[in-house]
Ligand binder design. Structure first.
Ligand code: NDP
Ligand code: MG
Length: 382
């Protein structure tokens, strides 16, 4: 039996992780979970999975739940401290980090110190402080298992291979909700339009990130850290069907790819069972003949400036990716709140980046300062 601690249980990745646990009760048990503010779903999961520890975002919600469940032996906690305690829950064999945003960073670092293996969906953590996370994982001999489908594909393609033979990583991109629109056609798009992704059903923030192509930019930085590959060896290829989830090209010109239907439960499950695989009965089988053709296109950096910003921030290094990420989180939140237009997400991020001078090899405290400052700046111009 593998005991799981799940951060972000009420989100898109969180609920899909619970699907896996539900399908394999003989293999997995939910030991601890965290939620944000969705109490209805939290109650549903407490009833179904009976975790021993539950963390929520706000103190008031924690008090309400403590009273409601006083007849059960469940520990309720809250806030950032709650996230950390959930991540470090002694009984957990593995932590799934599926919170959204750089709020996932500190709990990840603490879980690594507690020697927990981590299935990492929370890409903002690696973007913000990849150098700290990778060093801590190495020092503590902890596995970081990718959940993001592209990074899981690369991870699978690298099994049994020598990293020294990698020529390029090729990350595929579906193109997001607006892939067939020109920049001119983007001026007046609504939040609703942007949330309508053609291939994947995901949380709101990452769906907007897919439309701006910032998601792919964050994934390039994520891949740089996970696989320790320089940026000029990480390529992005437009592939509208999302069937090839990513590829590795080796020195001898061979390319290894991982294919599948777009279903996040497959990479989530692989992270939980690695290096083994177990059946997942309800996952739709891929029928390539149904597709007939797969399409690939060069990525256009003028059409998708956020991807360019991400490469530039990644190459600048130090605190620059933390600014990129924080500015993006704040700008996307402003767009979702109806305060700014879609194209302003890009211009605001560009402003935040251009006013920042990168500090190299930053500590956690410096990263947190820079992150807070970038968010404040975006809020002040939204
Ligand atoms: P969602 O927005 O669907 O879920 C986010 C989760 O985090 C929810 O449980 C939410 O709680 C919780 N949360 C949000 N803010 C806080 C906070 N301040 N404190 C504590 N908990 C908080 O996100 P996704 O599941 O889409 O994404 C999660 C991560 O996985 C992201 O990093 C994303 O980039 C990555 N990812 C997602 C994919 C997908 O298909 N969705 C694919 C690949 C990667 P509540 O809802 O209760 O408020
Ligand atoms: Mg992805």
């Amino acid at each position: 039996m593998k005991y799981i601690s799940l951060l972000g249980a009420t989100g898109s990745i969180g609920t899909q992780t619970l699907d896996i646990i539900r399908s394999h009760p003989e293999q997995f048990k939910l030991a601890a979970m965290s939620a944000g503010r969705n109490l209805d779903l939290t109650r549903k999961f407490i009833g179904e999975f009976k975790p021993e520890l539950v963390s929520v975002q706000d103190k008031e919600d924690c008090t309400v739940l403590r009273q409601e469940y006083s007849h059960l032996n469940i520990q309720f906690i809250y806030g950032e401290e709650g996230l950390v305690e959930t991540a470090c829950y002694p009984k957990a064999d593995i932590v799934v980090n599926a919170v959204i945003g750089s709020v996932g960073l500190y709990p990840t670092l603490q879980a690594i110190e507690a020697k927990k293996d981590i299935a990492i969906a929370n890409k903002e953590t690696l973007v913000t402080a990849g150098h700290l996370v990778m060093k801590a994982a190495e020092d503590n001999n902890v596995k970081l298992l990718p959940v993001d489908s592209e990074h899981s594909a690369i991870f699978q393609a690298l099994q049994g291979e020598n990293d020294k033979n990698i020529e390029n990583l090729i990350i595929t991109a579906s193109g997001g909700s607006f892939r067939d629109r020109t920049r001119d056609e983007l001026k007046d798009v609504t939040v609703e339009d942007a949330l309508n992704h053609p291939n994947w059903s995901m949380g709101a923030k990452i769906t907007i990130d897919s439309a701006t192509m910032m998601n792919k930019g964050l994934e390039v930085i994520e891949a740089h850290w996970l696989y320790q590959i320089p940026y000029d060896k990480i390529k992005v290829l437009l592939h509208r069907e999302s069937i090839i989830h990513s590829m590795v090209e080796f020195h001898d010109s061979s390319i290894m790819a991982q294919l599948g239907t777009p279903d996040m439960r497959v990479p989530i499950q692989y992270a939980l069972t690695y290096p083994d695989r177990i059946p997942f009965p309800s996952a739709k089988r891929l029928n390539l003949a149904e597709f007939g053709k797969l399409h690939f296109d060069e990525m256009d950096f003028n059409r998708f400036p956020c991807l360019r910003f991400a490469y530039e921030a990644g190459k600048a290094g130090g605190t620059m990716p933390a600014v990129l990420n924080a500015a993006n989180e704040a700008a996307v939140a402003s767009f979702l709140d109806g305060k700014i237009g879609f194209l302003e997400i890009e211009t605001m991020i560009e402003k935040a980046l251009s006013r920042h001078t990168a500090i190299s090899n930053p500590s956690l405290d410096i990263i947190r300062e820079v992150d807070a400052e970038a968010r404040q700046f975006i809020r002040s111009i939204s």
